[in-house]
Write a new protein. Structure first.
Length: 506
């Protein structure tokens, strides 16, 4: 999970300097890079397949391992910085870089592969470089690629079920609208004047094709946990759920276009909500198979709620980020549903409040002082005013929720995850046995780097993570880091309101 989070964050950073469309127009070897438009999808599916197989085969690193996790992390940072440099120099420009294009493409691919492999080695252990582990990773990556290929092939046969998808979406829309428009022959569906054509890519076959690969792989990899033939029903169940979920996505897209904003519906919402639906449904089917008595072989294990010590540290941030992923699809550019993020995170914190009472929340003067210094360092190089037009679209209610979330809720969720959990987890698998004052270079830099790359200004975010970690390590109190983080975000919020520098929030 740690490696997957780091890879995702680093991928998002790389994507900021990756102008594929400009590269495709250069001709030559550059014009052969069109499949990279699916790079994010390839990474997601490859990670899913590799996670199923790799996690079951990587041996524990031996005490005499040649490379320690600390050395592997250092090598990863060097490889990743090289990867960033090559990416920005080769792709973040209209013209081709000097020299042979094939050399640039090969260098880019090799540095990216080395960066990912070294990160997995640092987090999972040097055992990842064994032949068994490499074979498992290759099989997992092939599973992901096969899932994508099956989805693409299945997409070509979308016509037979297209009419059924339209009928289901129409039925859902008619629950709320009286002026639904449908043309089955032309694959048109809409409400009022907002009518869209349901293209092959939106027919639902792609998702069905993906689950036909991922679910059987899941069943095979964890076959000892399932009851057969009962577990085989998870495949048609998953296929049906994904197909109905796609019909619901189409209905939601049209509802957003009719009620909120047509450009938003066919833009950000259309681009993101499909994978949100697909991911939620497939994870739900996997969870059902693992916990339901009908599918799980170990009835006692399926029926019991196994306590996970990491859950109280990670769940608030995961819920916050998951809700943000959904609500951000409605942002144009302001996320007027930000309040939902806050309420969802607060709900998790209240639900797990008994766990948090045992933590040390005391605060001294150091936390607020360090937090203010971090805010000054964060603001100084980037202070600038956005056009007044942005301010004109801001509502008072949104401002109130944004300030409350930034200054009070986000600091608690992020500090629980990064300083409460990850800082110790990078030192030992049983992180609860690690003292709050204990640290290694791997844990300090690894947790801070991940914290940094999840923010727009990753370098400043990494330094902020180091500062918050230093407070925790000196005092042994998580409350000290939370207070510093809250003061930082509160100061930034005050700057946004006074100076109108909306770049920190939008």
């Amino acid at each position: 999970m740690i490696a997957a989070g780091l890879l995702a964050a680093e991928y998002l950073l790389i994507a900021q300097g990756f102008d594929l469309e400009a590269a495709l127009q250069r001709g030559g070897v550059w014009s052969q890079l069109a499949p990279l438009r699916y790079l994010g999808l390839f990474l997601a599916l490859g990670a899913a397949g590799a996670g199923i197989t790799l996690g079951r085969t990587v041996a524990r690193p031996r005490g005499d391992a040649t490379l320690s996790p600390r050395a592997l992390l250092a090598l990863h940072v060097a490889a990743y910085l090289a990867f960033v440099g090559v990416t920005w120099f080769a792709f973040a420009r209209d013209d081709a870089p000097p020299g042979p294009g094939l050399l640039w493409v090969a260098t880019w691919g090799l540095t990216g592969l080395a960066s990912a492999a070294l990160l997995l080695g640092a987090v999972v252990g040097p055992g990842i470089f064994s032949l068994r582990a490499l074979a498992a990773a290759a099989i997992g990556a092939l599973v992901g690629a096969l899932g994508f290929a099956v989805g693409e092939v299945a997409q070509q046969g979308w016509v037979p079920l297209a009419a059924a998808s339209l009928v289901v979406a129409q039925a859902l829309l008619e629950l709320c609208f009286s002026n639904v428009v449908i043309d089955s022959e032309k694959h048109l569906l809409g409400v009022g004047h907002f009518i869209v054509e349901i293209a092959p890519g939106c027919g639902g076959y792609e998702g069905v094709g993906l689950v036909t690969v991922l679910i059987p792989t899941f069943l095979i990899a964890y076959r000892q946990h399932f009851r057969f033939p009962h577990a085989l029903l998870l495949l048609p169940l998953g296929m049906l759920a994904v197909w109905f979920g796609n019909a619901g996505r189409i209905a939601a897209l049209i509802a957003v276009g009719a009620l909120v904003d047509p450009e938003l519906a066919v833009g950000g919402f259309h681009g993101k909500i499909g994978w949100v639906f697909f991911t939620a449904i497939t994870l739900g089917v996997a969870a059902l198979g693992h916990h339901a008595h009908f599918f799980a072989r170990d009835r006692e294990r399926a029926a019991s709620d196994v306590e996970n010590p990491a859950a109280p540290y990670l769940m608030p941030l995961l819920v916050l980020m998951g809700t943000a992923l959904v609500t951000s699809t409605f942002a144009n550019p302001i996320d007027h549903y930000y309040w939902l993020r806050v309420l969802m995170a607060v709900g998790i914190l209240v639900w797990l409040q008994n766990t948090y009472r045992s933590m040390n929340w005391r605060v001294s003067w150091r936390g607020p002082v360090v937090g203010f210094m971090v805010a000054v360092a964060w603001l100084a190089p980037f202070a600038r005013a956005e056009p007044p037009l942005v301010a004109a679209t801001v509502s008072t209610a949104w401002l109130v929720w944004r300030v409350l979330g930034s200054a009070l809720i986000v600091p608690v969720c992020e500090e629980l995850a990064f300083r409460g959990y990850l800082l110790r987890r990078l030192q030992a698998a049983d992180f609860t046995s690690v003292s709050p004052r204990a640290w290694t270079w791997l844990s300090l830099l690894g947790s801070s780097l991940l914290f940094g790359v999840l923010h727009d200004r990753w370098f400043a975010g990494t330094l902020a993570g180091v500062a918050y970690a230093a407070l925790l390590l000196r005092s042994g109190r998580l409350g000290e880091a939370v207070a510093a983080h809250a003061v930082t975000n509160g100061t930034i919020a005050l700057w946004v309101l006074v100076a109108g520098d909306w770049s920190h929030w939008l």
